[in-house]
Design a protein around this ligand. Structure first.
Ligand SMILES: [Zn+2]
Length: 287
């Protein structure tokens, strides 16, 4: 069965709806339209769309919130044995503080969340999909080379194909993917013109957890990776956010909230200077 977001309680104290709206507007520049609090969706009542299926038939779930001009695609998990970022995301969605995810307004982004690209791997606690293919090496990047762990061809796996299609249909300005590093402290890696976003995310996250840093290079080759395809080839900013293994859930949630908030602010600052994205120029025919 898929892992739906749990309705865990948050460390953050519950506030009334009006206080939440005010907090949301104050922190994230959301414009609350005068028609009433019904404009702010209840995060506890989120419903998810099925955008595809894994090999074993598990749904791949997505949800769009907000309606701002800038578009962020946030992937909760792609490696099934690295659940800590996705768990932080689920906590954030279920928490009162997570309301900011849902406030679009004219200054906030449109946020497309894909909860878990690899639900089979998550169910089996394995990095790869159920056929042993690393989905994060199965993209049509120029550096792709066939391998038993990467697939004979790019997008050979239904799960990576779903994400590829989402990139083209949603056409994000920024992509953020949550991972967990095998050992060591959490960090933010990036590809494409995303250095300032990585700095802002890590700086914000480090205020409550000083372990967070920016690591511009992973230190090893990543043929066929999503970062190579999105960032290096298409020039679209992509952040690879590496939580720690067994990351403390509360710290992970705080880092994600503060990091996303910083990215939102950075996008507002750079609204006019960001380049147009490249996904619309290609599509399935480019596979
Ligand atoms: Zn990973």
């Amino acid at each position: 069965m898929p892992n739906h977001p749990s309705l865990t309680s948050s460390r953050r104290a519950a506030a009334g709806p009006l206080a939440l709206i005010a907090l949301c507007a104050a922190l994230f520049g959301c414009v609350h339209r005068p028609s009433g609090p019904a404009d702010v969706p209840s995060i506890h009542a989120w419903t998810w769309s099925t955008i595809g299926q894994s090999i074993e038939g598990r749904p791949i779930l997505a949800r769009t919130v907000g309606s701002g001009a800038r578009r962020i695609l946030l992937v909760g998990s792609i490696h099934g044995d690295e659940p800590w970022g996705r768990l932080a995301l689920e906590r954030l969605i279920a928490s009162e503080s997570g309301s900011f995810l849902a406030c679009g307004g004219q200054d906030g982004p449109t946020l497309r969340i894909i909860l878990d690209v690899n639900p089979d791997g998550t169910a089996a606690d394995m990095r790869t999909n159920i056929r042993g293919i690393d989905l994060n090496r199965n993209f049509p990047a120029r550096n792709f080379t066939p391998h038993t762990s990467r697939g004979a061809t790019p997008l050979s796996e239904p799960e990576s194909a779903v994400l590829f299609d989402e990139l083209h249909s949603f056409n994000p300005d920024v992509v953020i993917v949550l991972h967990a590093i095998r050992r060591g402290d959490p960090f933010v890696n990036f590809d494409g013109p995303a250095g300032y976003l990585a700095e802002r995310f890590a700086e914000a996250a480090s205020l409550t957890d000083p372990r967070w840093t920016v690591r511009p290079e992973m230190g090893y080759a990543t043929p066929g990776s999503l970062g190579s395809f999105v960032g290096k080839d298409r020039g679209v900013p992509i952040l690879t956010v590496e939580f720690a293994r067994a990351h403390n859930a509360e710290l992970a949630e705080m880092a994600l909230l503060d990091g996303l908030r910083a990215v939102y602010a950075a996008l507002r600052d750079h609204f006019d200077s960001m380049s147009e994205t490249r996904f619309r120029a290609s599509g399935r025919s480019q596979r």
